[in-house]
Design a protein. Structure first.
Ligand code: UD1
Ligand code: UDP
Length: 618
């Protein structure tokens, strides 16, 4: 049974309530069953006693092995210092993994260190998104941390879906539930024991006051927004208690603003005092992610002064209403909050997230072999068809030579109708890689044989009429190869004949066959026949190189080859590569190339638009 050492990096208040849950769970595991040694590193992002020390005391969090004492500062300076110092500690400790919580700068700094030192990163509370970045450093921290993580532990199932949408492999994501819910379930029964808050002294009574917290950049960076929010709270019909975050405290001192009516600002509270206030309040007004969830757990109506918040489950059930900066709406909700529907009980798990987190971490590390699921389709070994295909240009050239040496005659597909033996016809589908079609055409040309190249006029992968691709097809035709069309069986005769006219007109070359992609039917055009000729009537066995492999088998290993009979090779040169490679590698190359082409095209168009605009301006 392996034991693992994990560096857990924390730094701000919301991380202290989360680490409290995990550390206490770990502490209670019997010694002989302990698999995780937790090394707590505190960045010192929060340093005031009421934002940090008090939680260690009240929630019995082990003393950090080190407090880096980074403190406050411009975000990039704060991040830079954190990365530097966390980096030193992690290098010294050589842990098996780094674990982070939530979305603060301390989270991001540790994530960067972890990937720089090639250590697996575990992110608790991964995947939450609001898809809004302006003045929301937390969203940026979340996206970057998730993408650096090897194991994304989510507190809601929805977060997992966001990650899947961003291209994560499902094995990187585990739904564990919210450790804050664990703490809430435990803490609410301890409030009377551990809180000494006195409502009488505060001039409030249970059920007859609102509880507020405000600290987010988007509500505090602008003086106007902050003061209008606080003024609205001050005008509440019943008292509003606001434990004031130091960020806001400093700003109010600077603006010399004080409430004059129903707003009561108090110091930040310890966990139990805050919980007591929450459990006794009428409504909650908060832009805190943690408090929004706790209000939901406590079934307190919650007004969120944000455009949209991460905890959409609370909003959808009606327990939280987002008001952004609309203070009129805020005031009317302070008077009367519409009765919410019944909430989904399990949106944040079942209150046993600590056990699940530790189980997932141990399972992950037991299987960890230095590889992570970086690709959206999983580990490279798990990808479809990771066996290397033997469809190389050299092999194709050898195949032709062997067929020639074995007295095969190369003919047009319709010449496979009569029963004579040892004939082979080649039909190429020019799809997703016309350059490769040109290469196979050259190989055939160098050996003096002809094939039929079928174009798909409906393909969205290539523009057959672009200068480049048209030029390649012209070159193929000039070598003497014939042209066909790939069509679908449900295309009307009118559509097909329009396409034939279009292609013949454009390439100045007769279209000799239609190849029906749905069922391999061939329709002869040269002979004027309107009949479909199913492949089996061609007296030839059909071989294809669909999806990077010969199907049903390699032509030279086939019954047809051994028994002197004829063959129809229906090929997509897109699969041929200079070297043997996997189906997946070939596709990735195609995707990369297409992306590059699209971006070049966009740049070209943008430049030309700008040029046109400039001309108009002039
Ligand atoms: C940080 C997190 C935020 C989280 C919040 C929880 C980032 C980007 N933001 O915001 O996601 O919701 O913590 O509370 O990481 N200050 C003190 N004493 C302290 C700490 C801060 O006075 O102990 C003051 C300083 O003036 C500082 C300001 O608060 O400049 C902001 O602190 P900072 O840690 O940068 O961000 P928070 O607003 O606390
Ligand atoms: N909290 C607290 N005292 C307070 C305000 C908040 O103990 O005066 C707790 C709250 O109960 C929750 C956590 O702090 O558990 C949330 O942290 P915060 O609002 O600072 O950060 P966020 O959740 O917005 O990231």
């Amino acid at each position: 049974m392996n034991k693992y050492r994990i560096v857990t990096v924390i730094g701000a208040r919301p991380q202290l309530v989360k680490v409290a849950v995990i550390s206490n769970y770990l502490k209670n595991i019997p010694k002989d069953q302990q698999r995780i040694e937790e090394i707590i590193v505190h960045t010192g992002q929060h340093y005031d006693h009421m934002l940090s020390g008090v939680f260690f005391e009240q929630l019995n969090i082990p003393k950090p092995k080190i407090n880096l004492g980074i403190g406050s500062g411009l975000p990039e300076v704060q991040l830079g210092k954190m990365i530097h110092k966390i980096g030193e500690v992690v290098r010294e400790e050589q842990p098996d993994a780094v674990l982070v919580y939530g979305d603060t700068n301390s989270t991001l700094a540790a994530a960067i260190v972890s990937v720089q030192q090639n250590l697996p990163l575990i992110h608790v509370e991964a995947g939450e998104r609001i898809y809004r970045r302006n003045q929301v450093p937390e969203e940026i921290n979340r996206v970057l941390t998730d993408h650096a993580s090897s194991l994304c532990l989510t507190v809601t199932e929805r977060a997992g879906n966001y990650l899947i949408r961003e291209g994560f492999h499902k094995d990187r994501i585990k739904f564990v539930g919210d450790p804050m819910f664990d703490l809430f379930c435990w803490g609410k029964s301890k409030v009377d024991q551990f809180s000494d808050i006195d409502f009488n002294k505060m001039g409030i009574s249970a059920g007859n006051f609102h509880l507020a917290t405000i600290h987010r950049a988007q509500n505090t960076d602008s003086k106007e927004i902050l003061l209008s929010l606080l003024s609205a709270l001050d005008n509440s019909p019943i008292p509003v208690v606001l434990p004031i975050h130091p960020r806001v405290k400093h700003l109010l001192e600077k603006y010399d603003w004080q409430p004059s009516n129903n707003l009561k600002t108090i110091e930040p509270q310890g966990y139990f005092d805050f919980l007591k206030l929450l459990l006794a309040c009428k409504y909650c007004i908060t832009d805190s992610g943690g408090v929004t969830r706790e209000a939901f757990f406590a079934r307190k109506p919650c007004i969120v002064p944000m455009e949209n918040c991460w905890w959409s489950q609370a909003v959808e059930s009606g327990w939280a209403i987002e008001v952004n900066t609309d203070t009129e709406k805020l005031l009317s909700l302070l008077e009367d909050f519409p009765t919410p529907q019944k909430a989904r009980e399990d949106a944040f798990g079942d209150g046993n997230s600590a056990e699940k987190i530790i189980r997932e971490v141990v399972d992950f590390l037991d299987q960890y072999n230095g590889e992570s699921y970086w690709h959206r389709s999983g580990k490279f070994e798990d990808l479809p068809a990771t066996r290397k295909s033997d469809l190389t240009f050299d092999n194709y050239s050898d195949l032709i030579e062997t067929l020639e040496d074995s007295k095969y005659r190369f003919v047009e597909p319709l010449q496979l109708m009569d029963n004579s033996s040892r004939k082979v016809a080649i039909v190429h589908q020019v799809l997703f890689n016309p350059e490769n079609s040109l290469k196979t055409a050259r190989i055939e040309n160098s050996k003096g044989i002809k094939a039929c190249y079928c174009l798909d006029p409906e393909t969205k992968l290539d523009n057959l009429f672009s200068r480049d691709i048209s030029g390649m097809i012209q070159e193929i035709i000039h070598m003497g190869h014939s042209l066909g069309l790939v069509v679908a069986t449900d295309m009307s005769d009118k559509v097909v004949s329009d396409y034939i006219a279009l292609i013949e007109n454009w390439f100045k070359c007769k279209v000799s066959i239609l190849f029906y992609k749905d069922n391999g039917l061939i329709k002869a055009l040269e002979t004027g026949s309107n009949e479909f000729i199913p492949v089996e009537y061609l007296e030839a066995e059909l071989f294809q190189n669909l999806a990077g492999y010969w199907q049903p088998d390699h032509p030279l290993k086939s019954k047809a080859f051994n028994e002197d009979s004829s063959m129809l090779l229906s090929l997509n040169p897109g699969w041929f590569q200079p070297r043997s490679e996997t189906f997946f590698e070939t596709l990735l190359k195609v995707i990369d190339k297409k992306e590059e082409e699209i971006s070049q095209e966009l740049t070209r168009q943008t430049k030309s638009d700008l040029y046109q605009r400039k001309k108009i301006e002039l």
